[in-house]
Write a new protein. Structure first.
Length: 127
């Protein structure tokens, strides 16, 4: 039995550490700016936590070791912008449940359908 030598984060492979660091940075630098300036710290924290949750699920469930690609970032920014728009002018209080439900539903669909092997991408118009 061989054991991997412990690195800075124990037995977590350096490639995994790098993937997680890049993902967190991309969410902070590229996704959060899609929120309106009036978004509270609570909303920003929710976006960070929720998007990273789905990125990590994509890594675990779909073996995505590339992390967020340009198109992924653009899609997620669009999800955040749409959810904020639907939440209305009171995003931080009465619109928050709408924002959260919309963002989570869009990310669920993105994870399940938009990134599946052989999937052509986002859905077309609903008939």
């Amino acid at each position: 039995m061989s054991y991997q030598s412990a690195g800075r984060f124990g037995r977590i492979p350096p490639d995994t550490v790098s993937l997680l660091q890049r993902s967190a940075l991309m969410v902070q630098e590229k996704v959060l700016p899609a929120l309106p300036r009036s978004a509270s710290e609570q909303v920003r924290a929710y976006v960070t936590e929720t998007v990273l949750e789905f990125v990590l699920r994509d890594w675990r469930e779909n073996e995505n070791t590339e992390g967020l690609l340009f198109q992924d970032i653009e899609d997620i920014k669009s999800f955040v912008a749409l959810a904020a728009s639907l939440a209305g002018s009171d995003l931080n209080i009465s619109g928050l449940p709408i924002f959260q439900a919309t963002l989570r539903a869009l990310l669920e669909d993105w994870l399940a359908n938009w990134n599946s092997p052989g999937d052509p991408g986002p859905p077309g118009p609903i008939d």
